[in-house]
Design a protein around this ligand. Structure first.
Ligand SMILES: *Cc1c(COP(=O)(O)O)cnc(C)c1O
Length: 225
């Protein structure tokens, strides 16, 4: 599909520019294509272009896309809040969870997972009331408590920047997540290597890459008209 291909070229160009600006390598940033708002056809089209990291934010959407896109090379990401009662339905079908944000969810994952689940702790960096995520000051204790769990590996931190943030505020938000990630990594908790940063969406991924994102989650920029 011409539209998606053109969009993908524009994203690649922007990613390349941001990498140069930050003096980083292409291999350091994994693009995740967020397919939550698009059809099965569009999802198949993006996979056919070689994008193998796909993200959904609802159990129904995940199931629909997984039934349609059966290439074993696809790596499935779950983003957005996950209700505890839905854990059973999704947890063994995904490769990464980006929204570990509370103890009750961790407990349910520990109980239902049949293998180690790679998770990002979702952090509410700016403290917005409306947003889910742990407060930065809660994260260290949370990781310490998680050490008794066998099925959860915290590979890093995830955040969503405020929609209305200007460039300076975005830099600040992403930079503080990076600082927190480095602090937590140094604690060397047994099941939390905490080396990764999931940050940056269509609106703000260039800034996130400049600030050290290792996974960017991009939807609209791939699929818009
Ligand atoms: C929808 C969503 C994205 C992608 O947003 P776009 O603005 O479409 O790029 C990324 N992360 C999360 C958690 C989302 O819910």
């Amino acid at each position: 599909m011409q539209r998606i291909k053109k969009n993908a070229e524009a994203v690649e160009k922007q990613v390349a520019q941001s990498l140069i600006k930050a003096n980083r390598q292409k291999s350091e940033v994994q693009i995740i294509v967020v397919t939550k708002s698009v059809s099965v056809d569009d999802t198949q089209a993006i996979a056919a272009l070689g994008y193998h990291h796909l993200a959904e934010n609802r159990p129904e959407g995940l199931q629909l896309k997984q039934e349609a896109v059966t290439d074993p090379a696809i790596v499935w990401h779950y983003i957005g809040s996950l209700q505890t009662r839905k854990v059973k339905q999704v947890i063994n079908k995904i490769d990464y969870l980006h929204s570990l944000d509370r103890w009750s969810l961790a407990k349910e994952i520990e109980k239902r997972a049949d293998h180690v689940i790679r998770c990002f702790l979702q952090v509410n960096v700016t403290g917005e009331e409306s947003k889910s995520g742990l407060r930065p000051e809660e994260t260290e204790q949370f990781l310490s408590d998680l050490q008794s769990f066998n099925n959860i590996e915290v590979i890093g931190l995830m955040t969503m920047a405020p929609k209305e943030a200007d460039e300076e505020a975005l830099h600040k938000t992403f930079r503080s997540l990076k600082q927190l990630q480095e602090t937590l990594k140094q604690k060397a908790f047994s099941n939390a290597p905490c080396t990764e940063l999931s940050m940056g969406m269509s609106q703000d991924y260039p800034i996130a890459i400049e600030e050290g994102a290792t996974f960017v989650r991009i939807g609209t920029a791939f699929f818009e008209e």
